[in-house]
Design a protein around this ligand. Structure first.
Ligand code: UD1
Ligand code: MG
Length: 450
């Protein structure tokens, strides 16, 4: 069994923001959700998030991810060992291994965590290390043969230790009881006056326990400390997501212009045209086409459907197979049955639309009365005339038709034709006479002013 402890207490001073660092978004999700998502790969039986700065907001964002997660608050913040120690009570009855992750380190791969769990077979404490191109201020891993001897923080390292390029990522794994016993022994007599989590390696070795290193590519250990780093991480994420989609059989006509969210799912042979933005929670089934300049979030697009150009699918938009959503159409919290079409200039919100129904240009579901939202229900094979206003709550039956320009406030039964507009008045020659009159008036005005 695995428990996750995610450190998310830091202020993130260099973000220059009122928002806690871990709540800044990467690929549409709070930064620390990426660590939680990596951690999910090892199926944690318990998850503890250590919050500090902005603890209320971090708590809400944690529960939005997993309402069984436990949030503990570290106040004040006295170092990484002190941070993990805040999870002691929450894990007191937990029997198994603990993996510590940093909330500001989003790219740790699931396979890396799996390798760390596997390495517990040969060591009591497993540290994730990496070969740093520029070791900078990272903690240095001092190895002795196969074993990890200790971790030296940069501030406390000698010149010889600073020359080591094998660095500490901060991720570690150890048995819960062992970890908290070691943490209890950590002091703060160091250059920073902090309780270093990294000290547990030396303490473990002194007790005759074994420590080892699992390594991963440096790119996985990238931590976010500033907005510049966040934007670089976003670019990295996008580059990988595009490459992965292409590998999975998706056509991206102009990959650099398509933006993914952390959880975008695109089926095989889907075609994504230029400048498409995916917010969180989008699934596009195979063979669907998302045409240029469309914005999708929290929606599902069925097989073979065509969306856009210039379409907006908002949360709760559920398109069946072979649905057509055209230019300047907005869909929110609405289910469209297979083969339904809304091709031009419409708002479809809080609605159920049956199979093969055609929604004419300019149709609007008037779903909001200023206080409450109401639903519009339209049956199968219906024909909604252009510029129909459907004042919800309202129902239009199967095979029913509404006349163009109608304001529909009453239910329309199956097979009925509903017309709601004034009778047309046509006056022969009246247009010509009107123009004559207007021209004469204009001429008279101009005479008067000359
Ligand atoms: C830490 C490691 C260092 C490693 C580096 C990798 C220690 C002592 N050092 O150093 O070996 O190379 O990460 O990036 O662990 N945090 C809290 N509460 C605290 C202190 C920190 O929640 O009291 C959180 C921070 O928000 C951050 C993470 O823990 O997400 C790491 O803290 P940070 O201060 O960045 O540690 P480093 O000095 O970078
Ligand atoms: Mg750091």
């Amino acid at each position: 069994m695995i428990a996750l402890v995610v450190l998310a207490a830091g202020m993130g001073t260099r973000m220059n923001s009122d928002l806690p660092k871990v709540l800044h978004r990467l690929a549409g999700a709070p930064l620390f959700h990426h660590a939680l998502k990596s951690g999910a790969a090892v199926s944690p039986a318990r998850t503890v998030v250590v919050a500090g700065h902005g603890a209320d907001q971090v708590t809400r964002a944690t529960l939005a991810w997993d309402d069984t997660a436990i949030v503990v608050v570290q106040e004040p913040q006295l170092g990484t060992a002190h941070a993990v120690d805040q999870a002691r009570a929450a894990l007191a009855d937990f029997d198994g291994d603990v993996i510590v992750l940093y909330g500001d380190t989003p790219f740790i791969q699931p396979e890396t965590l799996e390798a760390m769990v596997a390495a517990r077979a040969r060591a009591d404490v497993v540290i994730l290390g990496f070969q740093a191109a520029d070791p900078g201020r990272y903690g240095r891993l001092v190895v002795a043969g196969d074993a990890l001897d200790r971790i030296v923080e940069f501030k406390d390292a000698t010149a010889a230790e600073r020359a080591i390029t094998l660095c500490n990522s901060g991720v570690m794994c150890a048995d819960r009881a062992v970890l908290f016993d070691l943490i209890a022994a950590v002091g703060n007599a160091n250059a920073a006056g902090e309780y270093y989590l990294t000290d547990i390696v030396g303490l473990a070795r002194a007790q005759g326990l074994r420590a080892t290193v699992v390594t991963c590519p440096e790119a996985e250990t990238l931590g976010i400390n500033s907005r510049a780093e966040l934007s670089r991480a976003e670019a990295l994420f996008q580059a990988r997501a595009r490459a992965a989609a292409i590998d999975d059989g998706v056509t991206l006509i102009a990959p650099d212009t398509v933006h993914f969210a952390h959880d975008t799912v695109l089926g095989r042979d889907a075609v994504i045209e230029q400048f498409v933005v995916f917010g969180p929670g989008v699934t596009v089934e195979s063979g669907a086409t998302i045409r240029a300049f469309s914005h999708l979030e929290g929606c599902h697009v069925g097989q073979g459907s065509i969306v856009g150009p210039y379409a907006r699918l908002r949360p709760g938009a559920e398109l069946g197979d072979d649905v057509h959503i055209g230019n300047f159409v907005e869909v929110k919290n609405a289910i469209l049955g297979s083969g339904a079409k809304a091709n031009h200039l419409s708002y479809i919100g809080d609605a159920d639309i049956g199979e093969a129904t055609n929604i004419g240009a300019g149709t609007i579901t008037c779903n909001y009365d200023g206080v409450n939202k109401h639903r519009t229900t339209i049956g199968a094979r219906a024909f909604i005339g252009s510029d129909t206003m459907l004042v919800a709550p309202v129902r239009v039956g199967n095979d029913a038709v509404t006349g163009s320009g109608s304001v529909i406030t009453q239910d329309v039964p199956d097979g009925a034709l509903a017309l709601e507009r004034s009778a047309q008045v046509t006056k022969p020659g009246a247009a010509l006479r009107l123009f004559e009159l207007l021209k004469a008036k204009k001429a008279k005005r101009e005479q008067g002013t000359s």
